[in-house]
Design a protein around this ligand. Structure first.
Ligand SMILES: *[C@@H]1O[C@H](CO)[C@@H](O)[C@H](O)[C@H]1NC(C)=O
Ligand SMILES: *[C@@H]1O[C@H](CO)[C@@H](O)[C@H](O)[C@H]1NC(C)=O
Ligand SMILES: *[C@@H]1O[C@H](CO)[C@@H](O)[C@H](O)[C@H]1NC(C)=O
Ligand SMILES: *[C@@H]1O[C@H](CO)[C@@H](O)[C@H](O)[C@H]1NC(C)=O
Ligand SMILES: [Cu+2]
Length: 239
């Protein structure tokens, strides 16, 4: 094999591995990692608690919930070396953040984070579609819905559409600045440190403690620049 192509492939694999791709098959090692993930609080009236990367898989723990106006939904991000996000998208475009149009300012976005919680409050009962923006996670089925209908545009068809995109998922930018306003939901704070904000069911959105998105910024920016470097090298080697 041509050395340059070989080197490029190795780089792609190295970078992809940083993003948790390909998914590892469950082994004792991943079981041990899962065991170290703090357990999340159960749902309570008006408070939903969703485990991000539940069971160390690229999924949301409860991917299709039915929430009322005023309910809070808290996602609990693991702290195991892979960052994830909760990013609002649309039924037609599962793996792309919902763009601003008319009065709406676009989809909410926790941005890539780890070891934190992110909470939204439901402001209307129209379906909310969301995904994880980490590279290739959405295409592996890391998507969720709130108030999806039981026929027509169902959660199952949304999930199937995301998986059909698979590795063709487009790379999404991540500024590290959470977007708190969404369509049909609003967050009161960016990702909160799990110890400060996510310890109990109802306190995920407590705004008193600091935004911890910065604690993972170095990793995020390292992996982003790693990705661009690898892409650049591939282009150079193919030319
Ligand atoms: C949702 O969160 C808001 C803001 O923290 C809080 O005022 C409200 O009581 C919560 N709603 C429920 C149903 O717990
Ligand atoms: C946009 O917002 C304005 C002012 O709040 C409101 O009058 C108008 O009905 C809104 N338009 C839509 C399409 O929601
Ligand atoms: C998703 O939740 C809705 C209720 O919001 C329910 O009617 C539907 O059957 C669920 N879909 C799947 C695929 O579980
Ligand atoms: C990150 O930290 C810097 C200063 O240390 C601050 O200005 C910035 O607002 C923080 N960003 C976020 C997303 O918290
Ligand atoms: Cu993810």
């Amino acid at each position: 094999m041509n050395f340059k192509i070989f080197a490029s492939l190795a780089l792609v694999q190295l970078v992809a591995a940083q993003y948790g791709y390909p998914p590892t098959t469950p082994t004792t090692a991943t079981t041990a990692a899962a065991a170290s993930t703090p357990s999340i609080p159960p749902n309570s009236p008006g408070q939903w608690n969703i485990e991000v990367a539940a069971g160390n898989q690229f999924v949301f723990g409860q991917p299709n919930i039915t929430a009322k106006v005023g309910d809070n939904v808290t996602w609990h991000f693991p702290n195991n070396g892979i960052e994830h996000s909760v990013t609002q998208s649309s039924f037609n475009d599962p793996c792309v953040r919902l763009a601003a149009s008319g009065n709406n300012t676009g989809g909410f976005d926790s941005t890539l984070t780890a070891g934190t919680t992110f909470t939204i409050m439901i402001t209307d009962t129209n379906p909310i579609w969301y995904h994880c923006k980490q590279i290739m996670h959405c295409g592996m089925g890391m998507v969720g819905s709130i108030n999806a209908p039981s026929s027509g545009n169902t959660f199952d068809s949304f999930l199937a559409a995301a998986k059909a995109i698979g590795q063709n998922e487009q790379l999404e930018s991540d500024t590290g600045t959470p977007v708190l306003t969404g369509v049909g939901a609003v967050a009161t704070a960016g990702p909160m440190s799990a110890t400060a904000g996510g310890g109990s069911g109802g306190s995920g959105a407590g705004a008193s403690s600091g935004n911890s998105a910065n604690t993972s910024g170095a990793l995020r920016h390292f992996t982003e620049s790693g990705w661009y470097l690898a892409t650049a090298l591939i282009i150079v080697s193919v030319l």
